[in-house]
Design a protein around this ligand. Structure first.
Ligand code: WQD
Length: 323
């Protein structure tokens, strides 16, 4: 029996090279099957071929700005894909699931007034379709549990995942122009982008730029293991947990920290606010510690040093060249 399944993405390609490198790090073979989550036959074949113990559902589109301009793509990919997955999970009786949710599910008014955000804060009135798609999936999972309480569900609300594996061999390789801050800064540092556009310099924050709770991807990965361990020993209603550090850093804090880690000056220009953005968002992370025994260990410096190592050693991501 496999311990778990990593369901890979629908529309994004996964780079074969990244899997080869994962195998090298863990010194184990990784079984990988490529398919579209919205295709129920693909899923049925997968669940027939393998016997899974748990499902970690990472698959989804995640760019806030793109979701504002193309909401249907987000609802189809994220919500429709999840419905198909849950249908097949129910059919095959593999009912232990960890879902990648997001800090963007928090209600816009609560996010503006109650910082740090705790799991008790209101959700639902989000500022963008990406957040709404994650909120809808949370509701679907909760309703599913009401209908059948043999489901074991953990909902992890990610704040802002950044960084790379410390080996420098696996990291973020966005298609085209990065939507997220950290890969954009890294590509500017390595000379692929001329300058960083800072989206808004007039927010109500310590330096006018947006504040977020950046979390190292390795800390984030460990949180999933803790969540599976928790589900293995507890049969309870869906667990909802913030996965963040509890510290808020502004865009300019990130620029400074990355410059320090890389020794490269990052040129930037303050530009217009981006649609769907809020001023501040950071977690109250204490529940994760209490219930999962998990807390973030890596610092902002670790995040920048590891991102820079990855970017510098792989300037074209997993490709050999940029063409
Ligand atoms: C961070 C800050 C931007 C790019 C993310 C993920 C999403 C979700 C929640 C988990 C903001 C500013 C950005 C740039 C900038 N996480 N920025 N120039 O929007 O907080 O959303 O967190 O589900 O997956 O997308 O992250 O990295 O896009 O932006 O000034 O070129 O950087 O305005 O203040 P965001 P981000």
């Amino acid at each position: 029996m496999l311990d778990m399944i990593l369901l890979c993405l629908i529309i994004f390609q996964i780079h074969q090279k990244s899997l080869n490198r994962v195998e090298k790090i863990i010194n184990k073979k990784v079984i990988f099957e490529k398919g579209d989550l919205r295709d129920i036959d693909v899923l049925k074949n997968l669940f027939t071929k393998y016997k899974f113990d748990s499902v970690i559902h990472f698959a989804g589109l995640k760019a806030v700005g793109e979701s504002v301009s193309n909401p249907l793509k987000y609802y189809d990919n994220n919500v429709n894909g999840t419905l198909k997955l849950l249908e097949v999970i129910s059919l095959f009786g593999c009912k232990k699931i960890v879902f990648s949710s997001s800090a963007t599910v928090y209600d816009e008014v609560d996010a503006a007034n109650y910082i740090p955000l705790s799991e008790q804060n209101k959700t639902g009135k989000t500022t963008n379709p990406y957040g709404t798609s994650k909120y809808m999936i949370e509701r679907i999972l909760e309703d599913l549990y009401v209908s059948d309480n043999s489901f074991q569900i953990a909902i992890l609300r990610y704040f802002n995942p950044v960084g790379a594996h410390e080996s420098g061999t696996i990291g973020e390789d966005p298609n085209g122009i990065p939507n997220n801050l950290m890969p954009f800064i890294a590509q500017t540092a390595v000379g692929k982008r001329e300058f960083l556009s800072v989206f808004g310099g007039d927010y109500d924050t310590h330096d006018g730029t947006g504040v977020r709770d950046y979390i190292h991807v390795v800390d984030l990965a460990i949180a999933h293991i803790k969540a599976i361990e928790y589900l293995n020993k507890s049969a309870t209603k869906p667990l909802v947990v913030n996965i963040g550090t509890g510290k808020g850093y502004s865009v300019l804090d990130m620029v400074k920290s990355f410059s320090k880690a890389s020794g490269v000056e990052i040129p930037y220009k303050i530009s217009q606010r981006r649609a769907g953005d809020i001023a501040k968002c950071y977690a109250k992370p204490s529940f994760a510690k209490e219930i999962l025994g998990w807390e973030a260990k890596k610092t902002l410096e670790d995040m920048c040093v590891d991102s820079w190592r990855w970017q510098k050693e792989n300037p074209f991501g997993y490709k050999q060249t940029d063409c």
